[in-house]
Design a protein around this ligand. Structure first.
Ligand SMILES: Cc1cc2nc3c(=O)[nH]c(=O)nc-3n(C[C@H](O)[C@H](O)[C@H](O)COP(=O)(O)OP(=O)(O)OC[C@H]3O[C@@H](n4cnc5c(N)ncnc54)[C@H](O)[C@@H]3O)c2cc1C
Length: 382
């Protein structure tokens, strides 16, 4: 019997385990393959804020998470002596048309109001040109650029390695790779593993990425909707002589992210239908060509890795987090879709707070597992 069973060794499951360790909860984390085998083992690592307009509790939650991640990572880097490749680079959004500049100027004011933490403000500057020549090319910045000072990046793989190192040294968490949960019975508190073995648990956090959805759906097979879907994404890593302190470039789904290892990551496709979930194809070639349109210097860069993964998108389109309304022993921690890396530490802290009865972080209602289950059961329009 374990007090807490965590299913999944991606960014969500690892942060949950770190928070469980801090709360002193006896925990077993099972991963069917190896740590980072799912979507979290990728190459992009963009930590992008929402727009500063139409402020709401979801945007505030994400803002607080993006601000607090810097100190969380710094503390773990100090503890382990490892680097997570984190840096608050800021972000450039090219403004190709005059009306986009008008909107951006409005956001500049809204950021002054909304992008403020207890001891720090962040900015959405509208400028005529980029401070870095050719980053991006002047032909895409005819109406100027936005430079925001909140966006950051992390190396997904270095961060996972660092979290796994913390857990190997932990007192309360036991990690088990190569163990797949095939069925959950949250009423009796039993997880069945692929080899036929079972694990008894007091609580279970389901953080199995896209595989969370069939495990949740199996609990209510008559529900009219699934709890979520997989959205494929592809990205590429280019060896390029780009200063790693330069800002992320973002335009209409395209990210160009300088990393510390002499590489620039380019992402990502967003594919709702696909044949091979992990194959890279011409859609990635098109994306890299688009990136070269923004930064012609990348035309010379060698592609050192092409990578694809499946993002978990929950029925309510937001992260699916917290206690299942029908099965109090079961908590979900999934559905981070495109923003898991910026939010996972805070979502995990909220879930562990629910279990320990010491909840200090309020989740937006739309994130709550109960809101998603209501949608899944057709109780509200999807
Ligand atoms: C191309 C691409 C680019 C992206 N870029 C960014 C980005 O820049 N910034 C960002 O924040 N996000 C980004 N994302 C999204 C992000 O990668 C995901 O949202 C995130 O990794 C999901 O983490 P997770 O822990 O929920 O799932 P996963 O990382 O998929 O982890 C789930 C784990 O559970 C294990 N598992 C599954 N089923 C079982 C089972 N039955 N028993 C035991 N273990 C099981 C899996 O093996 C896996 O290791 C990107 C995704 C893609 C595909």
């Amino acid at each position: 019997m374990t007090d807490l069973l965590i299913v999944g060794g991606g960014i969500m499951g690892l942060w949950a385990a770190v928070m469980a360790e801090r709360a002193g909860i006896e925990t077993t984390l099972v991963e069917r393959s190896t740590i980072g085998a799912g979507a979290s083992g990728g190459i992009l690592g963009a930590l992008m804020p929402h727009m500063p307009d139409r402020w709401n509790e979801k945007k505030q939650f994400q803002f607080d998470a993006l601000v607090s991640l810097e100190a969380e990572i710094a503390a773990l880097e100090a503890e382990t002596g490892l680097s997570a490749g984190y840096r608050r680079l800021g972000r450039i959004i090219p403004l190709a048309k005059p009306h986009l500049r008008t909107i951006a100027l409005r956001h500049e004011q809204e950021a002054l109001e909304n992008w403020v933490s207890a001891d720090r403000g962040f900015h959405w500057h509208v400028r005529d040109t980029s401070a870095q020549s050719g980053w991006p090319d002047s032909k895409v910045t005819e109406s100027g650029i936005v430079f925001d000072t909140l966006a950051a990046r992390v190396s997904p793989r270095l961060l996972l390695t660092m979290l796994a190192t913390v857990l190997r040294r932990s007192r309360h968490v036991q990690g088990k790779e190569g163990m797949e949960v095939v069925r959950l019975d949250p009423l009796s508190g039993q997880a069945e593993l692929s080899g036929g073995e079972t694990i008894a648990f007091e609580h279970c956090i389901l953080a199995a990425g896209v595989q969370s959805f069939p495990l949740i759906d199996a609990l209510r097979p008559s529900a009219p909707h699934s709890s979520g879907v997989a959205i494929k994404g592809q990205a590429a890593l280019l060896k390029a002589d780009i200063d790693p302190s330069w800002p992320v470039i973002f335009s209409d789904g395209l990210y160009i992210v300088p990393h510390e290892n002499g590489c620039v990551a380019v992402g990502s496709t967003s594919e709702y239908s696909f044949n091979d979930p992990l194959a890279c194809d011409a859609q990635l070639d098109d994306l890299v060509a688009r990136a070269i349109g923004f930064v012609p210097a990348l035309a010379e860069a060698e592609i050192v890795e092409r990578w694809a993964g499946l993002r978990p998108k929950a029925v309510g389109r937001e992260p699916m987090v917290g206690r299942h309304p029908d099965f109090p022993r079961l908590l979900t921690l999934t559905g981070g879709f495109k923003v898991s890396f910026g939010l996972a530490h805070r979502l995990a802290a909220a879930v562990i707070g629910e279990i320990s009865g010491n909840s200090q972080i309020a989740l937006p209602d739309s994130f709550r597992c109960a809101s998603h289950i209501a949608l899944m059961q057709g109780k509200q329009g999807t």
